[in-house]
Design a protein around this ligand. Structure first.
Ligand SMILES: Nc1ncnc2c1ncn2[C@@H]1O[C@H](COP(=O)(O)OP(=O)(O)OP(=O)(O)O)[C@@H](O)[C@H]1O
Length: 854
């Protein structure tokens, strides 16, 4: 029935083909409706035919004959033709003999009864007029009648048979219809089940994705809590026509990647690395930025953030941070996107917090800081001051307020122009200097009046590759040495942080000095490490990745927000005024009493201490009395007591304000510059103690918005309780001093001396104060005579004062190893006194520095 129906519809394909086609096309929904439609049509057709046959049945034989004689049998013919089709197509009908004979009869019109009737009538026209033949004619007529009757009978039987067949077909159709309905229901059911299953699979997939995302967030939160430096790796695509070359990067999977290595790098043939995220060559600027966004947002919440791009020249640092030379909306780098995000967010929050955003753009070239936003082509020497109250540590550089992305683009263009002025045709300046875009954000809560301050450094470092000594002479050599030194200093800082050393050598280079606030314990730090896919760059790629992997293990401690409640702010201002007044007083009394040098520096340290009110007695005693050791011991005792007293007191700023024995002073900062200079040392001193605190008191709750620097009791505790832990090498050096009475004083004195040497030559000072454990460096560059580039550890090891170590004639690697020597494992939190052996692990091969550790 279905096949007939198909034919009725003019389709030559059998139903099963159509069905299978629909199934294969997954048009399952359409099958029931198509079948229903076909059934409807077939039913209609059969009903038409039935009506036709019924009509024929009702018609008299004469009508039939007439219609036959008129040779106009459209109904019968058409019906019969259709029937013929049915007969040939339907196996049921073919098997029916009656139907076959009927079809044969219909097919041969000459033999048809109608035709016979007609022919017989036509062949005897004169018979009726002849009397002799009347009888014969009568017989003949009888015979004809009989014949006719027989034929009519046969036809009747045939029609009856056809009617039966139609009935049977109707039944079959009905059954098919029911069958199709059942099929439809089954399909429907299966569809529903399939839909449900699909739904549950989709749900499971989305859940899985959600869990993954949650895991990632939790992981990042843990990282944040631990204060880990985040490391994102980006692989540059092949440039230009080299896209078909084999890449050294084998596999990238979220945070994992593997590098194909030749046999000389090990048997495995590949090395795997794990970072917070790895971006492949096809990653867009938008994708790279999306993972950075949360960090940007936290600047508005009052955190310090540092994002720096590290990698060899040409690996894509500038591309990530700024974008390509021809900027489009899609290729804008992190710098633009970060600022644009800051503007959008600050707008969104403007009902509650009012933000001021301003920008500085600096360049560090040959360890000199240059302002890239100057418009008058002046080249002032800029200094870093980490003591400033407002978080601006290069106060002399232009600080330009910005309020829109176009402001930023204009400033960046100006910066680029100033940078380009210095570059030569031979060498792009960007490869030889570090550039730093610093964004300062100051927010004020419109309801509570609390202020917060965030600072973000976006740093595009100079190329980190090693330079063959034969390739560099003259200025290039000097540049290479400076890049080398600053990147080594960065490595030193990171190494110290990784080992949780009490002392972090920020002041070894301008770069680390500049980034101090954002690399230390309270900042969020992200490093974009860049690698090139070319096989020739494999050595640098592996060094870079190993360095980056080490960096990712560094824990800075949980980041802290720079938020001052209005009370705390007042308190801070008061303390600053007190400091200024005391410094002034110190200046006056100094002329009268002229204390010896160690005493003076000790006093300075006391005076510049953030917990100053508690040291009133110390200061007064120190100033007014002679500089005897007894006085100092008394002072220390008094300080201890004061510290204990404060310790028992509430740390609520209001309580402190209330309990403070000092009347509020309105004195303004006297000689602010001088004070700033002085407080560099105190700040540095404080920083050491702060870092110490973060180790000793890591799990203790800090006092809300207060700076650790302003916690008198912690300062006092660490200051007095065990100074040897802060500067063990000094205590070690002084242990040989036999004068028992003087021991404490001497230890403190050394401490003060070291802490207050900041204003002298940086390299000298820092080199002598660094105490991190032995680290292995690579070296290949020749050292020019008189070079101040430090050796081995990147800093000289403190020796007894009498034996001043000679400067090493070697240059450290661009990529410092963070791996301590196995022979000298450092203890967390305590800097070890490392006797200088003069022995360094340096591997030189073919004139090129080889990665001793990598
Ligand atoms: N992800 C990237 N997609 C497309 N092109 C890139 C990508 N990264 C870098 N490039 C292209 O590679 C070239 C070198 O990149 P870039 O200048 O950013 O390297 P760099 O590491 O900053 O070098 P330098 O140390 O000299 O400043 C540029 O032409 C840059 O457009």
């Amino acid at each position: 029935a279905m096949i007939i129906a198909m034919k009725q519809l003019g389709s030559s394909r059998p139903l099963h083909m159509l069905l299978s086609q629909l199934l294969s096309n997954k048009q399952l929904d359409e099958i029931p409706s198509i079948v229903e439609c076909m059934i409807g049509k077939v039913m209609e057709e059969f009903e038409n035919r039935l009506a036709t046959h019924n009509n024929m049945m009702k018609a008299s034989p004469e009508d039939v004959a007439e219609s036959v004689s008129n040779k106009s049998p459209p109904q019968i013919t058409s019906a019969d033709e259709t029937m013929e089709e049915e007969t040939t197509s339907s196996p049921e009908e073919i098997s029916s003999p009656e139907a076959t004979s009927c079809v044969e009869e219909i097919n041969s019109p000459k033999d048809s009864p109608e035709a016979t009737i007609c022919l017989e009538a036509e062949s005897f026209p004169e018979a009726e007029s002849c009397p002799e033949t009347k009888v014969e004619n009568g017989e003949a007529n009888d015979q004809r009648d009989e014949e006719l009757e027989r034929k009519i009978l046969r036809r009747q039987m045939l029609l009856e048979q056809q009617q039966k067949n139609i009935e049977m077909l109707k039944d079959a159709l009905g059954e098919t219809k029911v069958g199709m309905q059942i099929l439809q229901m089954k399909y429907q059911e299966e569809f529903n089940n399939l839909g449900k299953r699909m739904h549950s699979v989709a749900y499971a997939a989305s859940e899985y994705r959600r869990v993954l995302e949650e895991n990632r967030k939790l992981y990042n939160q843990v990282q944040d809590l631990k204060g880990n430096i985040r490391v994102y790796c980006r692989v540059r695509p092949f440039l230009g026509a080299h896209s078909n070359r084999p890449s050294t990067v084998d596999r990238i999977d979220e945070g994992n990647m593997s590098i194909v290595t030749p046999p000389k790098y090990g048997k495995e043939g590949r090395k795997s690395f794990k970072f917070n995220k790895v971006f492949g060559p096809s990653a867009t600027q938008g994708e790279v930025f999306s993972d950075t966004q949360p960090l940007i947002r936290s600047v508005l919440d009052g955190y310090n953030v540092c994002i720096f791009a590290y990698g060899q020249t040409g690996s894509g640092k500038t591309y990530t941070m700024s974008g390509p030379t021809e900027l489009t909306e899609d290729t804008l780098g992190v710098n633009y996107r970060a600022l644009s995000d800051l503007f959008i967010l600050s707008q969104q929050r403007k009902q509650t917090i009012s933000y001021d955003i301003s920008v500085q753009m600096l360049e560090i070239y040959n360890d000199q800081i240059r302002d890239l936003l100057v418009t008058d082509s002046t080249n002032r020497r800029l200094e870093v001051r980490n003591s400033s109250q407002n978080g601006i540590n290069v106060p002399d550089a232009c600080l330009v307020p910005v309020s829109s992305t176009s402001d930023v683009i204009n400033l960046m263009n100006l910066g680029q122009k100033n940078r380009a002025v210095s570059s030569t045709a031979m060498n792009d300046r960007s490869s030889r200097s570090h550039s730093c875009l610093t964004v300062h954000v100051q927010g004020r809560d419109l309801t509570s009046g609390a202020t917060l301050r965030g600072c973000m450094h976006l740093v595009d470092l100079a190329g980190s590759e090693r330079v063959d000594k034969s390739e560099v002479i003259g200025d290039r050599l000097k540049e290479a040495q400076h890049i080398n030194k600053s990147l080594s200093a960065l490595g030193d800082v990171i190494s110290s942080l990784a080992q949780k050393n009490a002392h972090v050598p920020y002041r070894n280079s301008k770069l680390t000095q500049l980034l101090q606030d954002s690399l230390g314990g309270q900042a969020k730090t992200l490093m974009f490490v860049h690698i090139s896919p070319e096989p020739e760059a494999l050595g640098e790629t592996l060094s870079t990745l190993k360095f980056a992997e080490r960096v990712s293990t560094v824990e800075l401690g949980a980041a802290r927000v720079n938020k001052d409640s209005s009370d705390a702010k007042e308190l801070k201002e008061q303390i600053a005024s007190l400091k200024a007044a005391l410094v002034k007083k110190d200046g006056e009394t100094e002329q009268n009493s002229r204390p010896s040098s160690p005493e003076k520096s000790r006093m300075k340290t006391f005076l510049s201490s953030p917990s100053l009110p508690s040291y009133k007695s110390v200061v007064e005693m120190s100033v007014n009395r002679t500089n005897s050791l007894e006085d100092v011991r008394n002072a220390a005792e008094a300080q201890k007591q004061a510290t204990q007293k404060i310790k028992r007191r509430s740390l609520d700023p209001r309580d402190i304000l209330k309990n403070s024995p000092w009347p509020p002073l309105s004195a303004t900062l006297v000689n602010a510059r001088e004070d700033d200079k002085e407080s560099v040392s105190s700040d540095w001193d404080d920083k050491v103690v702060v870092n110490k605190n973060s180790i000793v008191r890591r799990d203790e709750t800090l006092t809300g918005p207060w700076d650790v620097n302003n916690l008198p009791e912690t300062y006092g505790q660490n200051f007095l309780v065990d100074p040897s832990k802060v500067y063990p090498e000094n205590s070690f050096n002084n242990a040989s001093v036999n004068k028992k009475d003087n021991q404490e004083f001497d230890m403190q004195r050394n401490q003060y001396e070291i802490a207050s040497t900041d204003d002298s030559d940086d390299h000298e000072t820092v080199n002598s104060e660094t105490s991190e454990p032995e680290v292995i460096w690579q070296s290949s560059l020749p050292i020019p005579k008189g070079s101040s580039i430090p050796n081995g550890l990147g800093s000289k090891i403190k020796k007894p004062a009498a034996i001043k170590p000679a400067k090493s004639p070697e240059i450290r690697s661009f990529i410092p190893s963070l791996i301590p020597s196995p022979s000298r494992k450092p203890q967390a939190g305590i800097a070890q006194p490392v006797p200088k052996t003069g022995k360094q692990v340096v591997s030189v091969e073919g004139g090129k520095r080889k990665g001793g550790k990598y």
